[in-house]
Design a protein around this ligand. Sequence first.
Ligand SMILES: [Zn+2]
Length: 69
Amino acid sequence: MRTDPGTCARKQRYASEEAALAVAQRAPFPLRPYRCDLCRAWHLTGRTKGMKLPAFELARRRAARQRDG
Ligand SMILES: [Zn+2]
């Protein structure tokens, strides 16, 4: 993903995808980790359109489907 320098500077950085995912999992809204071209760290974005679902999100949806029939 292309990142503009202002966005990069403003955003929280995570050392690994796992660290970013751990935060995304606790967030009350959808967030996706992505690797930043500028700082080579991970950021989170709320722009989830077109991005693949993380494992925890897939598991949640599977669980919801099973619960709701
Ligand atoms: Zn960055």
